[in-house]
Design a protein around this ligand. Structure first.
Ligand SMILES: N[C@@H](CCC(=O)N[C@@H](CS)C(=O)NCC(=O)O)C(=O)O
Length: 209
């Protein structure tokens, strides 16, 4: 891995992006040094839509990661690549059942919550309806997450080891409806950035305004 690590990975990221935050957590946990290229999702209608960035990420979203001379998109796929190529501090359990549970929680968050409250979707839904729309889908998703966590969480989402499920849950928690802030699992700190060592803060890549 030595020669691969010589070139520092570059993460295209926006400070408020929960998907970028997932990858930043995984990179930090695995102690992989990286540089950030900020892509403002707001400035000038969104830098993610400019021609130059579309070449990097045809979905016009962050994150994207340049690593090992390749460009990777999609946060889950990126994190699995990191897991497979940099196995230090594994973020997947050995046990097959627990692995399935990690994937389940990741999927619920990454497919069942985040895309439905993503900027481009809310713009499409329209100013008038967007708040109600987002609340509806976030509530539905968190109800499922809560149920899953109640049977498998320990110190972290799945048992007592940090996994990719935590990398996905922590960035989603700030968007959690109030009704979900007081259950036992969350009260024990699961999903809180402070529960994860070296967890970057949401604002740690904030651009000077
Ligand atoms: N499935 C993608 C989703 C990426 C995504 O939705 N990124 C958001 C920020 S969290 C984004 O770039 N939104 C820009 C837009 O909607 O225009 C992933 O997991 O990487």
């Amino acid at each position: 891995m030595g020669e691969k690590l010589e070139e520092k990975p570059v993460l295209y990221s926006y400070w408020r992006s929960s998907c970028s935050w997932r990858v930043r957590i995984a990179l930090n946990l695995k102690e992989i040094p990286y540089d950030i290229k900020a892509v403002s999702l707001i400035k000038g209608g969104g830098e993610q839509h400019c021609n130059e960035y579309r070449e990097v990420n045809p979905m016009e979203q962050v994150p994207s990661l340049i690593i090992d001379g390749q460009t990777l998109i999609e946060s889950l796929s990126i994190m699995h690549y990191l897991e497979e190529t940099r196995p230090q501090r594994s973020l997947m359990p050995q046990d097959c059942y627990k692995r399935a549970k990690v994937r389940e929680i990741c999927e619920v968050i990454c497919s069942g919550i985040q895309p439905l409250q993503n900027l481009i979707v809310l713009i499409h839904v329209g100013e008038e309806k967007k708040k109600e729309w987002a609340q509806h889908w976030i509530t539905r998703g968190f109800r499922a997450v809560e149920k899953l966590l109640s049977s498998i969480a320990g110190k972290y989402c799945v048992g007592d080891e940090i996994t990719l499920a935590d990398c996905c849950l922590v960035p989603q928690v700030p968007r959690r409806p109030k009704a979900f802030s007081n259950n036992t699992t969350y009260r024990q700190g699961v999903g809180e950035p402070s529960s994860i060592p070296c967890c970057p803060s949401i604002s740690s890549t904030r651009l000077p305004s």
